[in-house]
Structures are given as C-alpha cells and as structure tokens.
Ligand binder design. Structure first.
Ligand code: AMP
Ligand code: MG
Length: 520
C-alpha cells in the first residue's frame, strides 16, 4: 500500500529575501514631478514617493494566515525596518496612487494616497500577485493638510478587521503586520478642540490591487482620457482577463452586489462609503469607523461624523453602492456605450435583490426560497426593530429554537440576544411560531447549514476597544487571542464564549465601543 505524501509546505522566507515586481508603476503613467509636497497632480495614476522613517519600530502583531499565503515568515530586524517604512529594499518602487472621489455625495476633487504607500508587488504561494502597502507611512503629494500618519487604535482596527472579514468569507483587502512607530500622533478624537498625543502605528495592507472607483474618476474629471484608458486596460489585463470594457464593468457590478449581500447578511456597516473607498475588485477596503449591528436597526451607523444624515447607515448600503457604481459609470463613459453601463447598474439591482433574498433564506435555514418565505423574512426584520435584539446572536441562536416547542420555550434560546427586558416580544413570539412551522419542512441538517452562514464571532467594536486598551498598555495578549478566535468565526469554540457576548451595557456610549468618529 502506498502512503500518501505528507503535504509539503514551502518554507517561509523573510520579507528581506523576497523578490518584487512593480507592474503598476511600469505599466501606467506616473507623475514626472518628484517633489513630495501637497499639490495637484496631472496626467498620472501615481507619484513615486518613499515612506518617511519612524523612530523605533516594534512589531505589535502579525497575521500568520496572511504570512503563510505570501510565503513570508515573521520579519527579521531588517524585515521590520521595511514594514515600518524605514528601509526600501532593492526591487521595490514605492508609490502613492492618485485618486479623487465623491465624499458624502459631493465631488471632492483630488484625494489620493495621503498616508498609504505601496512598496511593491509580491507573488503569493497561490500564484496571485499581491501589493504590499504601508498605511500611515508618512506624507505624500496627496496628504493635503494632514500628517500622513495613523494612530494605533485605528491601525489595530484595520489590521484585525480585515483578517476577521477574510475568515468570514467576505472579499476584502488583507493585513500582514501592525508595527508601532515609537512616535506620537496628535488627534482630536472627538473633533471638540481637545487634541491629544496618541501612539502611532503602521499597517501593512495586502491586496491584488488597491485601485478604487476614484482612481478612474479623477482622470475623467480632468479629461485625461489616455490615462483613463490605460488604467482600465491595466485593471482588465491583470484582474479581469478576457473581459471587454462592458463585461468588466458588469462583472464589477455583480461583485459589488455580492459584497453588499455579504455586508448585509453579517450586519457589517462600513461607515464611509465614499467613492474613494470603493474597490475596483469588489473588496471591502479602508476600514475606518465601521461597526457590526448590535441591536438590529436599519438606520444605525457607527460613524458619529454621519450621525445627522445617516447616509451610510446599515440599511442604505446597497443603494449607496449602486449610486457609487453610477458615478464610476459616468467616469467610464469615454470608454464604452451608455447602454452597457446602464445594463451593469440593472444587473447590480437584480444580483443584489436575488442574492439578498437567498441570503436571508439561508440565514433562516431554508434550503430553497418558497412562496411565503420572503414575507416571513420581512416580518422578522420588522419584529427585530421593535425590541433591541442583537443581530449576530439572534441568527446564531435561532438554530437552537425547538421546532416542537411553544410559548416561552421558543424564546428561551434567544435570551442572550436581547438587550432589553424580555416582556415586549409579542410580535417576535408570533413570528417564531410561524418560523418553527416552516422550519419543520427542512431536513435535519438545518442547524448545521445555519451555523455555516450565521457567525458566532464578529469583531465587535467593544472587543476591538478592549484589545486597543491592552495594546496601548503594552499587552498584545488580548489582540492575539481575539485574532485566534476570529480565524474560525463560524465554529462554536466554547472556550472563547466571552468573545461572543452582546455588547455590555458599559460599552453602549463609551467612545470606540459602539460608535466612533472618523478621526484616525
Ligand atoms: P478616508 O476618509 O480615510 O478614506 O481618507 C480620505 C482621504 O484623506 C484620503 O485621500 C486619505 O489618504 C486622506 N487622509 C486621511 N487621513 C490622512 C492623514 N492622516 N494624512 C494624510 N492623508 C490622510
Ligand atoms: Mg479612504
């Protein structure tokens, strides 16, 4: 009998020993001016710029999952210098990308990588090409009046949440490392005239491309049509091979719809869906004042800066994504027929509506959508708004509701999901009676199917804040533990129950623990 060969893992190497490519720089028009001062840039997709060195780099966290995909080991002293922006290795051609965008519905002109600098591309172990980008690496021509830096709290949030999203199965940019700079950054966290010094940090982000809708918009807005065409050709050549302009845009619409379905099914709220924060690959990008639904409320946004208009609240996200796709379509008009763009927007609506219907059915454990199921789901969402019910816990625990039970027995498994007293659940109780009748028609694998789409663990803002407080005090333990749990968000992991708890009352109005500002 032949023995199967043990799966051989290629040895991990140090970043300093890796080889690099720079297709973005080589294949696209760059800014001929090399002066690193805030300015308007013309006829270019990027500006070559080096990171600004920091005082005393320290590795605060490392994503083993990301490192393994890239074939990279935890960094040597030299590797750490690179991840801090203190060293640029031979073969790296760092740049800041030029983009514009609509912010909160208004055209904002040139934005660009004001604090993010792509170092180079590496070939991952799965054959994919991945950009390494340092966020918080110092000023670029796109920094405007800001400092080019990032604080530890926002960097930890980006580092951990991008990895958590990946393990939830959501398309996202990734993160490799979190490096403390040993320097302070001044931020007015509440925008109330009380700036204070905070520890600075740099995240090394990873994605096949960080191109946003706004990279196209700035070129179209300035009538730089040759560069616009070159950027579209580059994106298609590397990321949508075989596509025409029309089918590329339509595929992006489909991917964006799939992304919105993922955000909505998980209760994720991005917080700042400006067109410069929309990925041309349909990835979740730019983790800022994001959050996860606690009590189900379509109007909820974690972003206190958006508390008035609620433009980017949970329930608006699918419509905003379509609005953003329409702004991108306008920028692409010089390249393709209006009809093809309209077709993309129509497909977006169809893909979202159809996928959302199916996602809700899957969350309820229904293997196929039957006549009354849509109404059943709609009624649930109304019932959930009437009592403050934790979105994540409700769906996770729903699988445990006894199908032969009645009255209190139906509600009992859901108790951990309720923020308030349990008295007012009349409507929900009525819904549960309907639900169990419908669920009895499902096979015995229903709870298992539900567990595979309804996570037990999400990166709740209060958990993030606890990890931040510990790390700021010098203890990386809580972050490491949390990252380990979030690698298997759909598994029970009974030993980590505390990370699945609904937001405690003390965190309701504590800054960072539920809602937070854009300051980062
Ligand atoms: P955001 O709201 O984080 O998506 O950023 C919007 C724009 O502001 C982008 O062009 C960022 O690069 C830029 N930006 C944000 N924070 C900073 C900073 N501290 N220094 C320089 N540019 C920044
Ligand atoms: Mg951004």
């Amino acid at each position: 009998m032949a023995l199967a060969a043990a799966k051989r893992r290629p040895a991990l190497i140090d970043l300093a020993a890796a080889s690099f490519e720079n297709t973005f720089v080589h294949e696209l028009p760059g800014d001929p001016v090399l002066v690193n001062m805030p300015r308007q840039v013309a006829n270019a997709c990027y500006t070559r710029v080096a990171p600004t060195a920091v005082a005393t780099p320290r590795l605060l966290a490392w994503s083993d999952a990301m490192g393994e995909l890239l074939g990279l080991a935890r960094p040597s002293a030299l590797g750490l210098e690179v991840l801090a922006g203190n060293r640029v290795l031979a073969g790296m051609e760092p740049y800041a990308a030029r983009y514009g965008g609509h912010q909160f519905g208004h055209w904002a002109g040139q934005l660009g990588d004001g604090r993010a600098i792509t170092l180079a591309e590496v070939m991952a172990t799965d054959g994919s090409r991945q950009e390494l980008e340092l966020k918080g690496a110092g000023k670029t021509p796109y920094s405007r009046t800001a400092d080019g830096r990032a604080v530890l709290r926002s960097s930890l949030r980006e580092f951990a949440c991008s990895e958590a999203m990946f393990h939830l199965g959501v398309p996202t940019t990734r993160a490799l490392s979190l490096v403390g700079t040993g320097e302070e950054v001044i931020r007015d966290m509440f925008y109330d005239g009380h700036p204070r010094a905070e520890p600075g940090a740099i995240v090394c982000r990873v994605a096949p491309s960080f191109v946003r809708f706004g990279n196209f918009q700035i070129l179209a807005a300035n009538n730089e049509l040759e560069a616009l065409k070159q950027l579209a050709d580059y994106v298609i050549r590397h990321h949508y091979p075989g596509h025409s302009y029309a089918s590329w845009y339509q595929e992006l619409c489909r991917r964006t719809a799939a992304l919105m379905i993922d955000w909505m099914r998980l209760g994720f709220v991005h917080g700042v869906m400006n067109t410069d924060n929309m990925s041309i690959l349909g990835l979740t990008i730019d983790y800022g004042p994001y959050g996860w639904l606690e009590g189900y409320d379509p109007m909820w946004t974690p972003n206190t800066t958006d508390a008035q208009g609620r433009r980017y609240c949970y329930g608006n996200q699918p419509a905003i994504a379509q609005w953003n796709l329409a702004r991108l379509a306008e920028a692409l008009l010089p390249l393709l027929e209006r009809e093809a763009l309209e077709e993309g927007l129509n497909r977006y609506a169809e893909a979202f509506n159809d996928g959302w219907r199916r996602a809700l059915a899957a969350k309820l454990g229904l293997a196929s959508v039957q006549t009354d199921d849509e109404e059943l789901a709609r009624e649930l969402l109304v019932a959930l708004t009437e009592t403050e019910t934790d979105f994540t816990l409700f769906f996770r625990r729903l699988a445990a509701v006894p199908l032969e039970g009645s009255g209190e027995a139906l509600l009992a498994p859901l108790a951990p999901a309720f923020y308030g007293a349990q008295a007012a659940h009349e409507r929900l109780a009525a819904w549960l009676r309907r639900y169990v009748a419908r669920a009895r028609a499902e096979g015995p694998d229903r709870p298992q199917r539900m567990a595979s789409v309804n996570p037990k663990y999400v990166f709740r803002n209060y958990l993030a804040q606890q990890a931040i407080d510990a790390l700021e005090a010098g203890d990386a333990g809580p972050l490491e533990r949390l990252m380990r749990v979030l690698r298997r968000p759909y598994d029970e992991q009974p030993e980590s129950e505390e990370f699945a708890a609904r937001r405690p009352e003390w965190a309701r109005s504590k800054p960072g623990c539920s809602a937070l500002s854009c300051s980062s």
